[in-house]
Design a protein around this ligand. Structure first.
Ligand code: ADP
Ligand code: MG
Length: 717
């Protein structure tokens, strides 16, 4: 694109001026004409698809209605009508109810939030376009919290076909008069200025090979589609381009790294590995064997390993970690395993020590609560190399821990670590080359998301469970069924089983959460009094010793019930626990519920997961819980979670965040385009690894744009 026109400050665009420019900058990040034309509509009003009120049915789902406001009434918290005249105290209003009409019938439209703004705007006698989901209330159809738009302007209709773009907006923009109509006008003049200047941003051969429409066509039709087919072509082109550059940027880093960053060469498997392997009480699953082969190949390749190991809860990742560590140790290096919590580090240490017994390898446990003397001993052993495997929490990345020769760093449950913490591991190298890195996660990250988040990592998947795991029967119940739940729990305890009861962290305030948990604990103790019942409690505000004490009491069978927050979510293994009760289950994400459920079904007994629903649960939440009851496939659940909640909300991505902001593509919906774009980016890189051939000049210059300066995820894991 011609830089001059596109870089024109937005205030100079006809109809903007300094005041509106400041607002557009603040609310939508639009500084220039170029920014404006890259603000795409998030949906389109299809003029041919305005529903008649008389034709609406309860199953109509999303509808668009053009209606004249006949009346607007406010109701207070107690349901009483608040009459007009005098001062209205909007903080006392609980609902705005409009009756709208389109000549074929009347429809109620209600708002519970933003009532003041709506009330002043949507006055009787004015006409608006309402877009929302039809629901049934008290036997009548209504539209709750629809999007409200002005009726499309004749200009917009002229500029395009029957489809009019709806742009992202905010209350402040609307208040300042930048309505949908105004946005359309601005876009018309911006495109008038910029369209002739737009230059292609993909090489000609890619446009041809992928059958894409030219950029100029795409931009025009994304704003003012000639028809549905043109819109689809435009959207496809822009989505493909966005995802393609994203993948190209990520994969280029990976290509460069695998050529430049040499890794520690570990040519043999070693004695320790074989001793451990031969003494295993079980056969490794096919998936475990495959993954260990991947890892072994990486470690003897001469390049640095950067591998993400995904495996559902209970799939046996620890075994893979141990055997990988033994390869490093067998080659004369040290290894470390970093766990997110003290409890988990301790449990790893206990389990892993058993596996190491036949090998003679010395392991040590280093956490925040390791005593001074022991700490000194460990530091010395790490420095002189007598300790081969160090297991711990983030305590093991402190400055004072100096390895003699760290060859492999393993991070368990990586999503719990911050970026900073992980990058420290990278610098723990000694031999001039960085240690190999293996990141293990039980959070099933959907393929599309993994491709974006870890586009430059190699990914291995354990897609098979060790034999003997029993399916977990999952049911959801309402709070009113608590007494039968308690009866069921008593029966299970009588059979010698143990039970987890988990409370969500609901509120921002830890104090309120704790109060909630304690109330739950009291209820449980009241229903399960001592003797004969014993109830333990674990939560985030206890000291490490207290937590450990209560956890081990439960693990050792000294308590029948463990009441806790989600601190038990990761890793903890109590085979005798056969029931997982999750309170206010609707407040958890599907993936998190699945993780919790994975805590049971580890022993030989039939196991249960009981989801207790809160009082007022939306139909949508019920559907999510139904899904959990119907499948134990963590990946299917993660995909569903992604679709229902959007990637920003997905567990495990909140801390890490997306490496870039996508402006048109959606990870949840455009998985196929993403996969195609990635394969194509790989293909291009294979032919031109540094993107420096003349045919790819456009690619090189586009990659330099801020938007594609992707954070380097290889350095953080
Ligand atoms: P996760 O992947 O959740 O970390 P773990 O490594 O904790 O899973 O393994 C869960 C349980 O399965 C452990 O008790 C472990 O000893 C056992 N296990 C691991 N691999 C196998 C196998 N191949 N056959 C039988 N049991 C196994
Ligand atoms: Mg584990």
């Amino acid at each position: 694109m011609a830089e001059s026109v596109l870089q024109t400050e937005i205030q100079y665009l006809h109809g903007v001026g300094p005041k509106r420019a400041a607002l557009l900058g603040r609310e939508l990040g639009i500084e220039t004409v170029g920014d404006l034309i890259r603000l795409y509509p998030f949906r389109y009003i299809d003029r041919s698809e305005i529903h008649k009120i008389a034709s609406l049915t309860p199953t109509a789902a999303y509808v668009q209605v053009a209606g004249l406001v006949k009346s607007a009434k406010l109701y207070g918290k107690a349901g009483q009508e608040i009459l007009e005249g005098g001062v209205i105290k909007f903080n006392l209003v609980s609902r705005l109810s409009l009756i709208i009409s389109d000549g074929t019938g009347d429809l109620e439209v209600v708002f519970f939030k933003g009532v003041k703004w709506m009330y002043t705007k949507l006055r009787p006698g004015t006409s608006w376009l309402f877009f929302g989901k039809i629901s049934v209330f008290n036997g009548r159809l209504n539209l709750a919290h629809p999007e409200v738009d002005t009726l499309p302007s004749p200009e917009a209709m002229e500029a395009g076909g029957t489809m009019v773009g709806v742009y992202p907006s905010t209350e402040n923009l609307k208040n300042a008069g930048i309505t949908g109509k105004v946005m359309t006008k601005l876009m018309t003049s911006a495109l008038g200025m910029a369209l002739p200047e737009i230059r292609e941003s993909l090489p000609e051969y890619i446009i041809r090979e992928k059958g894409l429409v030219p950029l100029r066509y795409a931009i025009r039709n994304i704003h003012f589609p000639a028809d549905t087919a043109a819109l689809n072509k435009a959207a496809y082109r822009l989505k493909f381009e966005e995802l393609f550059y994203l993948q190209l940027s990520l994969l280029k880093q990976k290509f460069i790294r695998s050529r430049e960053a040499h890794g520690i060469m570990m040519p043999k498997v070693g004695e320790a590995f074989h001793r451990c392997y031969d003494a295993l009480p079980f056969e490794l699953t096919g998936a475990q064997k495959r993954v260990i082969t991947d890892i072994r190949d990486d470690m003897r390749s001469g390049s640095q390993m950067n591998r993400l190991l995904q495996g559902d809860v209970g799939s046996g990742k620890t075994m893979v970690a141990v055997l990988s560590a033994l390869i490093a140790i067998g080659n004369g290096y040290q290894a470390c395993i970093m766990a997110p919590t003290e409890v988990l580090a301790q449990q790893h240490f206990a389990n892993i020590s058993r596996y190491l017994a036949p090998t003679g390898v010395e392991a040590a446990l280093l956490t925040g609560s390791t005593g001074v003397k022991e700490r000194r001993r460990i530091h010395a052993g790490i420095e002189d190399g007598s300790i081969g495997l160090l297991i711990g929490t983030h305590a093991l990345i402190e400055e004072t821990v100096v390895f003699k020769s760290l060859g492999l760093a393993i991070v368990d449950e990586q999503h719990r670590f911050g970026v900073e913490q992980r990058s420290k591991l990278w610098s723990k190298s000694s031999a001039g080359a960085p240690p190999h890195v293996l990141v293990m996660t039980a959070t099933p990250i959907p393929r599309t998301l993994a491709m974006t988040l870890y586009g430059d990592l190699d990914v291995s998947l354990i897609n098979e469970m060790p034999p003997g795991r029993k399916p977990v029967q999952t049911i959801q119940i309402g709070e009113d069924q608590r007494s039968s739940l308690h009866r069921f729990m008593r029966d299970q305890i009588a059979l010698g089983r143990q039970i987890f009861v988990v409370y969500p962290l609901i509120f921002e305030s830890e104090k309120i959460d704790l109060a909630n948990l304690e109330k739950g604990y009291e209820d449980i103790v009241a229903a399960f009094p001592f003797p004969p019942y014993k109830v333990a409690i674990v939560h985030g505000q206890q000291s490490a010793e207290e937590k450990q004490f209560n956890m081990s009491a439960f693990a050792a069978g000294r308590a029948n019930i463990l009441v806790s927050t989600t601190v038990i979510e990761v890793g903890v293994d109590v085979p005798n626990a056969s029931v997982m009760v999750i309170e206010s289950a609707e407040r958890f994400g599907l993936s998190q519920l699945h993780q919790l459920r994975g805590r049971v079904g580890r022993g030989s007994e039939k196991s249960y997961c009981v989801l207790v629903r809160g009082k007022k649960v939306a139909a949508e939440s019920r559907k999510r819980l139904d899904l959990l009851c119907s499948t134990e496939d963590g990946f299917a659940l993660a995909e569903a979670d992604l679709k229902m909640r959007g990637p920003g909300d997905l567990e495990g991505t909140q801390q890490s965040g997306l490496p870039v902001e996508l402006s048109i593509a959606s990870l949840a919906r455009d998985g196929e385009i993403l996969a195609d774009a990635r394969a194509y980016a790989e293909h291009i890189l294979t032919g031109d690894p540094t993107i420096s051939s003349p045919a790819n000049a456009i690619l090189a210059s586009e990659l330099r744009r801020d938007k594609y300066q992707v954070r380097d995820f290889s350095k953080i894991s």
